[in-house]
Design a protein around this ligand. Structure first.
Ligand code: CUA
Length: 143
């Protein structure tokens, strides 16, 4: 009897979490980052200009840096960020942007980001990844 109740409560909680995610995705239009398997379509680390206000950034996280470490795009741009890792799980947190992604080996995390305000946006790794974790950072310059 006791076990049945625990299983029921757990099931309800799982349902609630799933509902919360789906509710956020569909009703509040919150963009959930996509994660796809790594494929050879992933290009080398680079900032690629699609047109004047549209960029693609291919970023790689590895112990203990990001590539490219210095990224620069003009204000008003829309950026498709493709993020992966070549060793362990790293984080990719863009300060002042409410963006918090994970760089997973074997997977590519994609997120579309709008940079309207000019400034320097610091990027830090927020996933503990070894002895150099605290030194793992980069900048996105919006000019
Ligand atoms: Cu990379 Cu912590």
């Amino acid at each position: 009897k006791y076990e049945q109740r625990i299983i029921l409560i757990t099931g309800c909680l799982m349902g609630l979490f799933l509902f919360a995610i789906l509710y956020n995705v569909f009703s509040r239009k919150i963009d959930v980052p996509a994660c796809t398997p790594f494929s050879t379509n992933y290009e080398k680390p680079q900032v690629k200009k699609v047109d004047s206000l549209r960029y693609e950034i291919y970023a790689i996280a590895h112990m203990w840096t990001f590539e490219p470490s210095d990224i620069s795009v003009p204000a008003g741009s829309t950026v498709d960020l493709y993020l992966t890792s070549t060793d362990v799980v790293h984080g990719f947190d863009i300060a002042r942007k409410d963006i918090n992604l994970m760089a997973v080996p074997g997977g590519v995390t994609k997120k579309t980001i709008h940079f309207d305000e000019p400034g320097v946006y610091h990027v830090v790794c927020h996933e503990y990844c070894g002895a150099g974790h605290q030194n793992m950072m980069g900048d996105i310059k919006v000019t």
